[in-house]
Ligand binder design. Sequence first.
Ligand SMILES: [Zn+2]
Length: 298
Amino acid sequence: MMRVFIMMILLLAPLLSHAELRVFSCEPEWAALAEEMGGDLVEAYSATTALQDPHYIQARPSLIAKVRRANLVICSGAQLEIGWLPALMQKANNRDVRPGSRGYMEASNFVVRFDATASVDRAGGDIHPLGNPHVQTNPHNVAAVAGILAERMAELDAENASIYESRSADFLLRFGEAIQEWELKAAPLRGKRAITHHKSWVYLERWLGIDEVGNLEAVPGLPPTATHLSKLTKEFTDGGADVIIRAPYQDGKPSKWLAERTGITAVVLPLTIGGTDGATDLFSLYDDILSRLLGAVQ
Ligand SMILES: [Zn+2]
């Protein structure tokens, strides 16, 4: 009887075992991508939610513990997390994931980054001196990161390399088909003019042919001021913009204020997974962004 019992435990063991790779992600989209690449082999954790501003979070002890246990850290990079990630890394003191190691990657290093302004002083307000870090708003960027991420995961967990490879190929096939559908669906957005709260959407805009004609923040990272909003009101009272965009974590008052005075429709778009009820994975994220945008401009 005891022998049968032990046999059963041994047979069940693989089902009960822990994930092979613990991935610490700074933002939900990269955690979701790691899960797409690894499935059950991966335990992915995101430091921020879509309802938090990824530029500014607290380096909580629970996050330090997560980094300490991680095999792989993936973040947007380009200084998006400079306010909190270095402190986490230092306190976690995990040599497997320190910058420069195979266990650390910045997604924005693998895409064409827009708007690098090396001459702009971060202290002067611009929080994107190395270029815009919000690369996930274009799915082509996510696809570019997917292959690199899968390679890294295969390297860190060589035993399961073939699984990461095949999952990556399968994801890229399905995601590529979805991108084609999104591009067809988004055709009416081409040439539309957007005012955005923060410069969060430059990759989405370039992807879909939307013109960014203004920002509610006068300088990226500094909250909208009354003076700047008055200026925008004057500028756009007689048209000139089709939609005002903000992310769920951004204060809704400035876009509402401008919408009421100019008649331009204000819309909330999920900047990442979890930003809206509809954005539950990397596919429904863009579905939801597009239906919200189309609804706002039509
Ligand atoms: Zn930003």
